[in-house]
Design a protein around this ligand. Structure first.
Ligand SMILES: Cc1ncc(COP(=O)(O)O)c(C=O)c1O
Length: 451
């Protein structure tokens, strides 16, 4: 490996970073991570920190999961690649599809369509939703409705249903036929409603209103994250998704859950859909399916979708969509090993216990630091702190503050993520009680250093 001076000098000279301004990447060199072990990462200067970001919400099992590494190595030896396009398959992906059907049986999901990551999974779900309606003869159902503040990756379809201008404006015009309703975000919403149950009703009413305005027969699907992640960890009231499910059913609209973050245990349940007690028509998964050890994803499909496609005799259900790496055998081997470890370690239960500890600890910090305007979480290891310059007016902080805070927390032994005014915590699900306290101590020290 090149030495640390070479790495620091050359970062951003020959690459653009995603989600960053190229000039900023040159002016403010990022932390260069060179090692990982358990829930900890090590940077090029040898500093070790707890990774309270969990990679990017994906390294649920931590950085040294030996069974996953071994499964990848074995698969590379046996068969590094073979396609699953019509006419061929591979043994690893068949085993994985069997295991996933079992894992998601409780969600009513029976088939998998494999992808290379989250954005691919979203694109796949949107396309299959339109095709599903066409196969059934409802050619006019092409539109999508989603939540403001939602994040669905950055492909053109995903960007079009995203609910944050940061991921849209520079890339417009986006896909026509995508519409948004307010998110059940109690801290800020157009209804000025802070009661979660009442807000859930208002948002559901906005969905019904939008459906009536567009015409139910023009809408293919409604898509949402069961707990909004990148938008700042926004858990809806428990009544929201069941109401959404009913509204979709009444109007013949498919319900797609974007579980790129929430599937495989992060919320304390095995899926976000299960957390809220609903069954989606499609579920987009990625991230923790392979824990970041290999780029991979899976869209899970309900029996109703499977029946529609599989019973078609006209040819209209032939799938004209897929990726070279759909069902990649190394990704499938990694996923099989991740799924086995995920279940063996019962990471959902740990996410629930450690998530409660983290949420409680951060609420305590809110009592201590005026800078924290809102704390959101309480459902597994997904927690956010929204920073404000004034609690009363909820005026946002200067952009430099969250970055300063992130650096101070890092100096105190914990990596956290900044997303706009939010500090986001999504550590690996194998986090211990002691490590949770260490994250809270680092946050406390970071806030205290800003005073
Ligand atoms: C809810 C959600 N959907 C989709 C995506 C996109 O996934 P990817 O970055 O793997 O393309 C993300 C990524 O963070 C996500 O959080």
């Amino acid at each position: 490996m090149k030495d640390s001076n070479f790495l620091k000098e050359n970062n951003a000279r020959h690459m653009f970073h995603p989600m960053a301004h190229p000039a900023d990447s040159l002016a403010n060199p990022p932390k260069i991570i060179t090692g990982g072990n358990g829930v900890r990462i090590k940077d090029v200067d040898g500093r070790e920190t707890i990774d309270a970001v969990g990679g990017l919400w994906n390294v649920n099992l931590g950085y040294s999961c030996q069974p996953v590494k071994e499964a990848i190595a074995r698969q590379l030896d046996a068969l590094p690649y073979y396609s699953t396009f019509r006419g061929t398959s591979n043994d690893a992906v068949i085993s994985l599809s069997y295991e996933l059907a079992d894992f998601f049986a409780e969600d009513g999901l029976v088939r998998a369509f494999f992808t290379s990551g989250g954005s691919d999974s979203i694109e796949t779900a949107l396309r299959l939703a339109r095709q599903y309606h066409k196969v059934r003869g409802e050619h006019g159902r092409t539109k999508f409705i989603s939540l403001k503040k939602g994040y669905h990756g950055t492909h053109m379809g995903g960007a079009s249903i995203n609910g944050n201008a940061n991921f849209r404006t520079a890339y417009e015009p986006l896909l026509p036929g995508c519409f948004h309703i307010p998110a059940p975000y109690t801290y800020r919403n157009p209804f000025d409603e802070s009661d979660p149950a009442r807000l859930a009703k208002l948002c559901a009413a906005a969905l019904e209103d939008e459906i009536a305005f567009q015409g139910a027969g023009t809408i293919a699907a409604f898509i949402m994250e069961p707990v909004l992640g990148a938008g700042g960890v926004i858990p809806p009231h428990k009544s929201f998704m069941p109401m959404v499910r009913k509204i979709c059913d009444k109007n013949g609209i498919l319900l797609i859950t974007d579980e790129v973050i929430t599937a495989y245990g992060r919320t304390g349940a095995w899926s976000g859909s299960r957390l809220w007690g609903i069954k989606p028509d499609m579920m987009c998964t990625a991230k923790a399916i392979t824990n970041g050890y290999f780029p991979f994803g899976a869209v899970m499909l309900s029996q109703g979708i499977a029946d529609t496609f599989e019973s078609d005799t006209t040819g209209s259900a032939a799938i004209g969509h897929g990726y070279t790496y759909s069902g990649h055998p190394v990704g499938a081997a990694a996923a099989l090993a991740c799924l086995a470890e995920t279940k063996r370690l019962d990471v959902a239960s740990n996410a629930s216990a450690r998530g409660a500890q983290l949420y409680k600890g951060v609420l305590k910090l809110m009592g201590k630091y005026e800078l924290i305007g809102d704390v959101r979480g309480g459902h597994g290891l997904m927690t956010a702190l929204e920073l404000v310059s004034d609690r009363k007016s909820k005026a946002p902080v200067d952009k430099s503050i969250p970055i300063k805070l992130q650096d101070a927390v890092y100096e105190n032994g914990t990596m956290v993520r900044v997303s706009g005014p939010n500090l986001i915590l999504s550590p690996p699900l194998i986090l211990s009680e002691d490590e949770t306290d260490q994250i809270l101590d680092a946050l406390d020290a970071g806030f205290s250093s800003l005073q």
